[in-house]
Ligand binder design. Structure first.
Ligand code: ADP
Ligand code: MG
Ligand code: ZN
Length: 480
């Protein structure tokens, strides 16, 4: 047991899914040739004026509401001044002392070894709007290059309270934030492409101490795995510094993936004074009560509510509800197929057992191997006794990537389930006649032997006989 407790607060930067940038009409599409999505405003040319993107405000408010934040009716944009080659204006438009929203919270599920998972509420300090910078690349030998396509893209920054106490809690918090943003359609959740980024503030204090220790800030870590590793490394590093009688210095640290270590980037003394001041080129941001209500009334269902509904209305297990909501499109597909078929549990099982294996997701979109109506129809064929469950899986395998209906495949594969009572009876009789010893054993009480007969009949019919009818016929012939 460590003598220390970790204290962690996270800052998330999430790119809002607007078609155009925060303060100009340049496109935001990822992957365009460098410096092709720029204009005087996002290049910071003298005299160019920003005009706020209304869609960005809507998505930002949606974010704030999903995190249960209070929305300020009049907030202020501020200039955060610093010099860097990816920031042509020499300042970033952000929000400072009057952000548009504050005081929210988020519930995370914390797993503890050997104990039941518990729900923990983590505070959200604030959510504010800002613009992104461009991107520097340093892999061209002697030169560094700058791509300003991303410059001016609309972001929300979500600042969390220092409520987290372990790397696991921090990762759970991040996954929960990401899931919410993806489900409400404001962010594509892509850590690799940098549209969802996080900084982790980490400090430690002796167990029982109420004052916080000095924190370090870990910058821009681009995967959940690295977040966990970087925080754990940083906790251990701080412990060893304190144990050796040293002091933690407030600094910004980076994560070295290759060495699996954090390293110092700059200390507090070197930290810049951003000289924040109100942005003179933009009026105060006014968000009316009516606007908030409109956003609230069009808010997509949050993942937690969706799971609860799947458990309550569809009789899914909590585990199944979790799996069926791993992506908004998966949930939508399952609900569509379920509604067409009628039995959500059957459809949920089939989606989990077969379909999910072949689903490919990318950001907010997903491609499915088959359509929801193909799944519903296929399972209806099973219900009608036309094919067995085993045959349904085979048909599914054939159907992937084709537009043929399940019925077309069933007849093409010649796999109509045998529901002809006389035919089934004949096979059952043959199997019983060929196994007199087993039949005797069954009659003298060896109940498990019944399964042997079912198995033999299914083998003879290559799985095509209707299982219920086989059961009935065998019972009658064997007199059990
Ligand atoms: P800054 O503007 O320098 O980043 P903030 O006060 O806005 O500073 O805090 C940023 C983040 O640091 C928040 O997420 C907060 O929870 C976290 N934080 C603040 N103090 C501590 C601390 N002592 N230990 C860990 N995290 C902290
Ligand atoms: Mg910070
Ligand atoms: Zn522009």
């Amino acid at each position: 047991m460590s003598r220390y407790e970790a204290v962690i607060g996270l800052e998330v930067h999430a790119q809002l899914l607007t078609r155009t940038k925060a303060f100009c009409s340049c496109a935001t599409a990822f992957g365009a040739p460098p410096n092709t999505q720029v204009c005087p405003t996002c290049l910071g040319l003298p005299g160019a004026l920003p005009v706020l993107n209304g869609k960005a405000v809507e998505l930002a408010v949606r974010t704030a509401l999903a995190l249960d934040c209070a929305v300020r009716q009049e907030s202020i944009f501020a200039r955060k001044n610093y010099f860097y080659p990816d920031l042509p204006k020499g300042y970033q438009i952000s929000q400072y002392d009057r952000p548009f929203s504050e005081h929210g919270h988020l519930d995370i599920t914390v797993e503890k070894k050997g104990a039941e998972a518990v729900t923990k509420r983590a505070g959200i300090t604030r959510v504010h709007m800002e613009e992104d910078a461009g991107k520097n690349t340093h892999d061209r030998g002697d030169v560094s290059v700058v791509d300003l396509n991303r410059s001016g893209t609309a972001l929300v920054e979500i600042v969390g309270d220092p409520d987290l106490r372990s790397a696991d809690e921090a990762v759970e918090y991040l996954k929960t934030v990401r899931e919410i943003l993806v489900f409400i359609g404001v962010n594509d959740g892509n850590l690799e492409e940098g549209s969802f980024r996080c900084d982790a503030n980490v400090s430690i204090r002796p167990v029982g101490e109420s004052k916080f220790g000095t924190r370090t800030e870990l910058k821009n870590i681009n995967s959940f795995k690295f977040v966990r590793e970087a925080i754990n490394y940083e906790i251990a590093r701080q412990e060893s510094v304190l144990e050796c009688g040293g002091k933690i210095i407030q600094e910004t640290r980076g994560w070295d993936e290759k060495a699996s270590k954090t390293f110092s980037m700059r200390s507090k003394e070197e930290a810049q004074d951003y000289r924040y001041f109100p942005e003179p080129d933009l009026p105060p941001l006014v968000i009316t009560e009516a606007f908030i209500e409109t956003v609230r009334s069009t808010m997509p269902e949050l993942p937690v509510a969706k799971r609860a509904r799947f458990v309550r209305d569809h009789k899914q297990t909590p585990y199944a509800a979790q799996v069926l909501t791993t992506h908004p499109e998966v949930a939508r597909f399952y609900e569509e197929a379920g509604a067409l078929h009628g039995d959500f549990v059957k459809v949920g099982n089939f989606v989990q057992g077969e379909v999910l294996r072949d689903v490919r997701t990318s950001g907010l979109s997903a491609t499915f191997p088959v359509t929801a109506s193909q799944v519903a129809e296929l399972l209806k064929l099973v219900d009608a006794g036309d094919i067995s469950g085993k045959q349904a899986k085979e048909v599914y395998g054939k159907m992937v990537g084709t537009s043929k209906t399940p019925r077309e495949w069933v007849s093409e594969l010649g796999m109509q389930q045998v529901t002809d009572a006389a035919a089934i009876n004949t096979v059952c009789q043959r199997v019983v006649d060929a196994n007199p010893k087993q039949a005797e054993a069954l009659k003298t009480g060896k109940v498990a032997m019944f399964g042997y007969f079912v198995g033999q009949v299914m083998k003879e019919t290559k799985g095509s006989a209707n299982p219920q009818m086989v059961n009935d016929a065998l019972k009658r012939i064997l007199g059990v």
